[in-house]
Design a protein around this ligand. Structure first.
Ligand SMILES: [Zn+2]
Length: 182
């Protein structure tokens, strides 16, 4: 048993939650810096998180993973042990959703041609082959990094996850306004 159980008689740590105007019940979501801090799995109201429209909405089943910064220095095993996960059914309009899927695909394939160059270089052998595989390897990394950076604009990112909450970023201001009404 943990001794850090919350005291049920303590004053609430955060302002009282009022029913969300659109959902009719309180949701645990508020701004924390540039991020939306929300309870893991919260059903967010019907507003596209990427453009703020309220029509043509779909729900994207999204799993997030986050490794605490300190754990990143101790190798893959620690990273897996201390990885925090959360999942949401995120509200997103049809066109933003297809954009998200498109960028997942782009990030998944842009580096493949360079991988081909790398293996081709290894197959050729000699100096030319070595140069070719070296360039292929560099190209692989460059393509992957560039597409991952560009992709961030088109997706929702969890910048932090703990046992109860996720900090979601890259959400459209109109959607934030609709969710927390700040
Ligand atoms: Zn949208």
């Amino acid at each position: 048993m943990s001794y850090a159980q919350p005291n049920p008689y303590a004053a609430p740590q955060y302002p009282q939650q009022y029913p969300h105007p659109q959902l009719g019940y309180a949701i645990d979501a508020r701004m924390d810096g540039d991020a939306l801090r929300t309870a893991n799995g919260t059903q967010l109201p019907d507003v596209c998180l990427k453009c703020g429209v309220r029509h043509d909405l779909e729900r994207r089943h999204q799993k997030f993973a986050f490794v605490p910064v300190w754990a990143r220095f101790f190798g893959p095993l620690f990273q897996v042990i201390f990885m925090k996960r959360s999942e949401f059914y995120l509200p997103i309009c049809r066109s933003c959703h297809s954009n998200w899927k498109k960028w997942n695909l782009i990030a998944g394939v842009t580096w493949l041609p360079f991988l081909l160059f790398m293996f081709l270089g290894i197959a050729i052998g000699d100096e030319i082959g070595a140069a070719l595989s070296g360039l292929g390897l560099l190209g692989c990394f460059a393509a992957l990094i560039v597409t991952l950076i560009l992709r961030v604009k088109h997706i929702v990112v969890a910048k932090k996850i703990d046992g109860t909450h996720s900090w979601l970023t890259k959400i459209h201001p109109a959607a934030l306004q609709a969710i927390v009404g700040y």
